[in-house]
Ligand binder design. Structure first.
Ligand SMILES: C[S@@+](CC[C@H](N)C(=O)[O-])C[C@H]1O[C@@H](n2cnc3c(N)ncnc32)[C@H](O)[C@@H]1O
Length: 496
């Protein structure tokens, strides 16, 4: 049996980190040989549980369509495995739509969640109030919304910034403003208004010419943006792309809103049948984990269940530009948010000076120096950074921002790991869901490198669950360097 397990895991071991033997691989190889021993390829976790797919079907968790979220099932399993009990406190420093916090709340476990995105706070607040809504009020409200009709000459529009301009048909742009203003000025309770606000936010993509598609916000070919692009292509003699997004008939905003409200009302009723209201505290902090975690007191956590932004160039501020703009974040605000993201896009600028300042402000400069030294001492990271630098010189990287992103990503995560170690009680367990990546033919095992950094800050590695389904590489890389399947993992560490 043991033999079997080992041979399966062995297949998950990376044997070629640097395509064509381009750069040194020895540090990555030796880390791989060591940590493959605690790697478990298992069926308990799968692509559906580490992604939003399961949440789509789950009441409460589906109130905000958040494709980057993981499932309640994953959180439930990890809470069970970690032996977390009612009254304990669990943290998610990258809480997104709030899956960890909400699952904890339903199980009477206290939680702390952090995120830089304002919609995170709205969604979590609305979901956490599931037992507090007055159902009669909600029914009245839905009936009012059903009977609303925008005057033909209504001419307010929902705000836009250059990257969201033309995202809606002209009438929809006015309707969104109309329902938003109605909600703000209605006599309903604050709780009910927040719920409507979340439903409006959650309807924006559906009524727009855009579609959140993997890494990008794609635009329907009928949108002004696409038509203008087509015209520029035509003038300069370039061909039109063969595959074009066509969302079909866009639904009417008011109907989508009513449907969303009815869906939530149904969910509230069914959740109240299946769960009890608990007294567990749920704290949401809007801000960067890099600057907020250092402010929290030590030894408060029994567990951490989280998934940081992956090191994959994904830009939340572009994918969620419609939602952020509707929430009132302007162009500059979105640019600032982009720089608050953990370094995971090619536009990320170094944050080290600001991190240093924040530690100095807390009188913790020595801690800062200690954590920075850990990053500097890590040979695997040095090997990765060196190889990428050489790849860039040889023209194998398609964007030099990748260098800064990868270096910044692990540097910043080390600060997070060190803070988590300080915040955890002895015996507390930490789970990170993450994907490995590959750039310019260089494989970067985010799961193993993170585990090594976690060991350096004091954690004991417990297990690395790796999903049976692995990830492919970009078509560019496969054509140039061949394919290396990439692990998707859940790393589990313990504070001794
Ligand atoms: C993979 S998502 C987490 C999804 C979450 N597990 C869920 O179920 O909804 C990563 C989150 O990290 C947030 N994030 C990025 N940089 C951050 C930072 N510096 N501090 C706190 N949150 C950050 C993003 O806004 C995003 O919501």
């Amino acid at each position: 049996m043991e033999m079997n397990k080992r041979s399966v895991c062995d297949e998950w071991r990376v044997r070629d980190f640097s395509a064509g033997n381009f750069g040194s691989q020895s540090a990555r190889m030796s880390l791989e040989r060591r940590l493959i021993d605690i790697t478990v390829v298992c069926d308990d976790f799968n692509r559906r549980s580490v992604s939003y797919q399961l949440s789509k079907e789950e009441s409460l968790h589906r109130w905000l369509k958040y494709k980057e979220g993981f499932s309640a099932d994953l959180v439930n399993r990890l809470l069970g495995e970690f032996g977390i009990r009612p009254g304990d406190t669990v943290l998610d420093p990258f809480v997104g739509s709030g899956t960890t916090s909400l699952v904890c709340k339903l199980q009477n476990i206290h939680s702390i969640g952090l995120d830089i995105l304002p919609m995170s706070g709205l969604a979590i607040g609305v979901k956490a109030a599931v037992f507090d809504y007055d159902l009669a009020e909600l029914r009245r409200l839905i009936s009012d919304v059903e009977n609303l009709s925008m005057p033909e000459d209504y001419d307010f529009r929902t705000p836009c910034i250059p990257i969201t301009e033309g995202a809606y048909p002209e009438r929809t742009e006015r309707e969104i403003a109309f329902y938003t203003v109605w909600n703000q000025s209605s006599g309903y309770s604050r709780l009910a208004k927040n719920l409507v606000a979340l439903c409006i936010l959650n309807s924006l993509e559906e009524v727009s010419y855009t579609s959140k598609d993997g890494q990008f916000l794609r635009w329907d070919y009928r949108s002004r943006k696409m038509r203008e692009l087509d015209e520029r292509r035509r003038v300069s003699g370039r061909t039109r792309p063969v595959v074009r997004l066509n969302k079909g008939d866009l639904p009417i905003f008011g109907r989508v809103l009513v449907e969303a409200l009815n869906g939530i009302l149904g969910d509230i009723i069914s959740i109240r049948k299946d769960f009890f209201k608990t007294d567990a505290g749920l704290t949401f902090i809007r801000g960067s984990a890099l600057y907020e975690l250092p402010k929290l007191g030590a030894n408060i956590l029994s567990g951490v269940i989280t998934s940081p932004p992956y090191c994959n160039r994904y830009d939340y501020t572009r994918t969620y530009a419609l939602e952020l703009t509707w929430l009132g974040v302007g162009e500059e605000g979105i640019k600032d948010l982009r720089q608050e993201l953990l370094s995971s896009t090619v536009e990320s600028r170094p944050k080290l000076d600001r991190i240093r300042e924040s530690y100095i402000a807390l009188g913790r400069e020595k801690d800062f120096d200690g954590i920075l030294n850990i990053v500097k001492r890590n040979e695997t990271l040095a090997e990765v950074n060196r190889s990428l630098l050489e790849r860039n010189l040889s023209g194998d990287l398609n964007n030099r921002g990748i260098l800064r992103m990868v270096e910044g990503y692990f540097m910043e995560l080390t600060f997070i790991y060190a803070e988590l170690f300080r915040l955890c009680r002895p015996g507390a367990k930490v789970a990170f869901v993450n994907d490995n990546v590959r750039y310019g033919g260089e494989v970067i095992s985010v799961d193993f490198i993170s585990t090594q950094l976690a060991e350096q800050v004091g954690f004991k590695p417990v297990k690395i669950y790796s999903l049976r389904q692995r990830k492919g590489n970009s078509s560019q890389q496969m054509a140039k360097f061949g394919r290396v399947p990439l692990r998707k993992s859940i790393t589990v560490w313990e504070k001794p």
